[in-house]
Design a protein around this ligand. Structure first.
Ligand code: AHG
Ligand code: MN
Ligand code: MN
Length: 324
């Protein structure tokens, strides 16, 4: 079954937008595979004060160009763009907003380790009279998402997608460039023995996260009474894809390096879409206070702490945070 067969029962306007995002990702996959010095060249600094690499900008341009063809698309928001990208006025029928991290895992570009694209689709409210979208229109909680997905550019090019009724996986055929469904209903096992966190920040973490990781490190002799394994790719897409495939929990918590920042990852482009996918697969996502799908939105480029994956582990993290 192809991606387009899979979407045959979805809302046609939404299906068409998703197919155009998937087309953009096929093009990005080609650019990723080609390699070249221009990929890793630092070209500028984005709105978040981070260095943009050539591949960040190429992926961003491809998504904007290809997705803009979708008749139901009202506006876009990108991790790499300061302002929203209006496409057409929201009329009486409304439409959709597309938000994306065009290239996740930029630090892995130079070393040929998996990178990805993450996207989120929100409803665009009907406007009467028709008017251009504003940034405030896009600032909706994750709970409002009508679809979310990601693509991993790895040994295989994989698309994972939810339209709010479970999570399906697709693999890009490198010859025909067709997305074939490879997993009909992906689920995150509730129990896991694997976690992912950048442990070099241990000394900067807040007490509940430090306690949690210390318990895991203590293994069989500690309060958890069993051993845990650790993996950290450094591309959220690749780490979450592993978790969706065989279970696990991923953390990028608040830390003391930048105390005024809620976390490193971005709510609208990374945390919200991943939270919807993981929730649809039976897992959970927590920001230290609330379910990420309910995290109040204060800005398009807002950061958030992320603890996401297997339900039992996220429940345990919630309990440790509640205890202070
Ligand atoms: P991006 O490349 O879009 O800025 O995101 C990178 C993120 C995420 O993919 C990854 O989990 C995390 O940054 C890695 O952070 P560290 O370098 O601190 O490990
Ligand atoms: Mn990212
Ligand atoms: Mn990025």
């Amino acid at each position: 079954m192809t991606l387009s067969d899979h979407l045959a029962t979805a809302n046609p306007a939404l299906a068409q937008l998703l197919l155009s995002v998937a087309d953009a990702c096929v093009e990005i996959a080609g650019v990723v595979r080609r390699g070249g010095a221009e990929h890793s060249a630092a070209v500028s600094v984005n709105v978040q004060g981070e260095v943009q690499k050539g591949l960040d900008v190429m992926a961003n341009d491809i998504l904007i160009r290809v997705a803009a063809r979708s008749p139901a698309l009202v506006a876009m928001g990108s991790e790499e763009m300061d302002e929203i990208i209006p496409v057409r006025d929201a009329g009486p029928d409304g439409g959709y907003f597309l938000l994306f991290d065009p290239l996740d895992g930029s630090s892995n570009i130079d070393v040929n380790i998996s990178v990805g694209t993450i996207f989120s689709i929100l409803p665009a409210p009907a406007a009467d009279p028709a008017r251009p979208a504003t940034e405030a229109d896009l600032m909706q909680p994750g709970r409002n998402q009508v679809a979310a997905g990601y693509v991993v550019y790895g040994p295989q090019v994989t698309l994972v997608l939810t339209t709010g009724d479970g999570v399906a996986g697709f693999t890009l055929d490198p010859e025909t460039l067709v997305w074939n469904r490879s997993a009909e209903r992906m689920t995150v096992p509730a129990r896991t023995g694997e976690y992912a966190i950048n442990a070099s920040n241990h000394r900067h973490w807040a007490a509940p996260v430090r306690t949690y990781v210390d318990e895991l490190l203590a293994g069989k002799d500690g309060p958890r009474g069993r051993n845990f394994n650790m993996r950290w790719v450094g591309s959220m897409v690749a780490d979450l894809h592993r978790i969706l495939t065989r279970g696990g929990v991923f953390l990028y918590p608040w830390d003391r390096r930048e105390p005024d920042r809620a976390g490193r990852l971005r709510l609208m482009y990374e945390a919200n879409p991943m939270a919807l996918i993981i929730a649809q697969a039976g897992g959970q996502a927590f920001d230290g206070t609330t379910d990420i799908l309910d995290t109040p939105v204060t800005g398009l480029h807002q950061r958030v702490a992320v603890m996401i994956g297997s339900s039992e582990e996220v429940d345990h993290l919630k309990a440790l945070h509640a205890a202070g």
